[in-house]
Write a protein that binds this ligand. Structure first.
Ligand SMILES: CCCCCCCCCCCCCCCC(=O)SCCNC(=O)CCNC(=O)[C@H](O)C(C)(C)COP(=O)(O)OP(=O)(O)OC[C@H]1O[C@@H](n2cnc3c(N)ncnc32)[C@H](O)[C@@H]1OP(=O)(O)O
Length: 184
C-alpha cells in the first residue's frame, strides 16, 4: 500500500484487542443504520455490503458490483470502490465501541473491477493513538484469495456521539438507537 505519513501509525500507537461484548467470530454484522449508503439494507441503491468479523478486531465483507455502480461501461466507478473501502473500514473501527469518522482516506487502484464481480473486502486496524485510528483495507476479485484490485489506508478520528446529533438528523438517531446498541 502506498500511504502517506498521515495514515501511518506513530511508533507509540497501540494495537487494538477484541473488546468484551464484541460480536462472536463469524457472526454477521448488521447495518449500523438502515439507510446507510454502504451497509443499509433499506437503501434503495446503496452498496448493500454484507459483513462479519472473524476475530473481533477486523472485518470481512462482500460487495457485489452492480450496473448502478459503473463508471466506464461495464466497470466499477473508482469513487464507488472508495466508498466501499470507507464503509468496511468504518465497520472495523466500530468494533471498538467508540464513534469514529473518516478524516482521511487514501486509495490505490490496482485492477479494473467488472460489473458482476463479488469484491471480497477485509479491513483491519494497524494502531490507535489518542483519538486517531490508523486503518487499512483491501478488496480482492472473486474470492478471499483472488487478485487485489483495491487497497486503502485511512485515518479515522474519534468523535463524541454529539457529533451526529449536532450535524445530523437527531430524530432518525433516536428512532434507530437500538441498532447502535446491538450492531456494529
Ligand atoms: C448516536 C449516533 C450514532 C451514529 C453511528 C455511526 C457509526 C459509525 C459509522 C460507521 C461507518 C460509516 C461509514 C464510513 C465513515 C464515514 O464516512 S464518516 C463521514 C465522513 N467524514 C466526516 O464527515 C468527517 C468530517 N470532519 C470532521 O467532522 C472533523 O474534521 C473531525 C474529523 C471530527 C476532526 O475535527 P475535530 O474533532 O475538531 O478534531 P481536530 O482537532 O481538527 O483533529 C484531531 C486530530 O486529528 C487530526 N486530523 C483531523 N482531520 C484530519 C485529516 N483530514 N487528515 C489528517 N489529520 C487530521 C488533527 O490534525 C488533530 O491531530 P493532533 O493535533 O491531535 O495530532
Amino acid at each position: 500500500m502506498t500511504r502517506s505519513a498521515l495514515t501511518t501509525p506513530p511508533p507509540d500507537a497501540t494495537r487494538p484487542r477484541p473488546l468484551p461484548g464484541a460480536p462472536a467470530p463469524g457472526a454477521p454484522l448488521g447495518p449500523h443504520y438502515s439507510r446507510c449508503f454502504g451497509c443499509g439494507d433499506g437503501h434503495p441503491n446503496g452498496l448493500h455490503l454484507t459483513a462479519l468479523t472473524p476475530d473481533g478486531i477486523s472485518v470481512v465483507a462482500e460487495f457485489t458490483v452492480e450496473e448502478t455502480h459503473q463508471g466506464a461501461p461495464g466497470l466499477a466507478h473508482g469513487g464507488v470502490l472508495a466508498a466501499a473501502m470507507d464503509e468496511v473500514i468504518g465497520m472495523s473501527v466500530w468494533l471498538f465501541q467508540r464513534p469514529y469518522v473518516t478524516g482521511r482516506l487514501e486509495t490505490d487502484y490496482l485492477a479494473p473491477v467488472p460489473v458482476g464481480t463479488v469484491l471480497h473486502m477485509r479491513a483491519w486496524c494497524n494502531g490507535m493513538s489518542g483519538r486517531k485510528a490508523y486503518l487499512e483495507a483491501e478488496g480482492r476479485i472473486g474470492s478471499p484469495d483472488g487478485p487485489v484490485a483495491v487497497r486503502a489506508a485511512a485515518l479515522f478520528i474519534e468523535v463524541a456521539m454529539e457529533h451526529f446529533a449536532k450535524h445530523g438528523d437527531i430524530q432518525t438517531i433516536a428512532d434507530e438507537h437500538h441498532e447502535y446498541e446491538v450492531n456494529p
